[in-house]
Design a protein. Structure first.
Length: 188
């Protein structure tokens, strides 16, 4: 077992007032707080930080936590959980109508060729790419976002035909093709 920085030492639930917190104790330097899209709260902390300190930190950030939870509840992704089959079908038709033109625009610019294009209502990702086959899958929920978000995802997935991971080369490719990609990604 690896014992370096970031190694998980303990995972447990911690109750802070009326908040349930998923606590991960691991070899890190600082206490980190996250509110996940589903509204759950997670904290990662180094082993030398006690439960009372963590609870005080969570209480101090209570306003921020509530604001993040509200933003998550109001987000298009959250609203998609209650979508009817008709709404999903409408999103699919919008995305299916736009994506082929975007791929046609970007393939010659990027020097790539996409394979089969699929459209799915996905809950955890905006798109996916299989570099071996060139198959690209696009999340139909992108229909609810500004058009530049859909274009960003198309360019992102086409970049995976040039670079599999998300390392420095991938980021350099994204910078060269879509210089404002980080601000667009922030909208998602």
């Amino acid at each position: 077992m690896r014992r370096g920085a970031g190694t998980k030492l303990e995972v447990r639930e911690l109750q802070v007032d009326d908040l349930s917190v998923a606590l991960t104790v691991k070899r890190i330097k600082n206490v980190n707080l996250r509110v996940k899209p589903d509204g759950t709260i997670s904290v990662s902390a180094p082993p030398w930080v006690g439960d009372r300190q963590i609870a005080a930190f969570v209480r101090e950030k209570r306003g921020w936590i509530e604001a993040r939870r509200q933003a998550a509840a109001d987000s298009p992704r959250s609203l998609a959980e209650d979508a009817s089959p008709e709404e999903v079908a409408a999103w699919r038709s919008v995305v299916e109508a736009v994506v082929p033109a975007l791929i046609g625009k970007w393939e010659p610019v990027m020097g790539v060729r996409a394979g089969k294009i699929a459209y799915r209502n996905m809950t955890s990702r905006w798109g996916s790419c299989n570099p071996k086959t060139g198959r690209i899958c696009i999340n139909v929920q992108l229909a609810k976002y500004p058009p530049e978000c859909l274009e960003y995802v198309v360019v992102h997935e086409l970049c995976h035909l040039l670079e599999r991971g998300h390392g420095p080369r991938f980021k350099a490719l994204m910078d060269s093709f879509l210089p404002d990609w980080r601000s667009i990604r922030a909208q998602l």
